[in-house]
Design a protein around this ligand. Sequence first.
Ligand SMILES: [Zn+2]
Length: 93
Amino acid sequence: MPSVPKEIRTYCPYCRKHTVFKVKEYKAGKRRSTAWGQIKHELKTKGYTSKVAGKVGGIKNRKHIVLLLTCTECGKKRYKVLPETKKKLEIKR
Ligand SMILES: [Zn+2]
């Protein structure tokens, strides 16, 4: 289980200097079923069609963890992808 500290000191492109960032795990939001891209995708994957991009294949249970960093000075958010692929993340206190 990879562990990251609660606060990270890294470069902020908005403040143009190193600042302290609060660390949170990024989780994708709920998909809107009325979004045009989502309707298109559902129509494509519906029924007995052959190879379609985005069709569910083998399920992977290991993913790259994405961190959501919030700058404590300007409040802007940044993403950071961890190089390891793990199931769970632990944020140190
Ligand atoms: Zn900043």
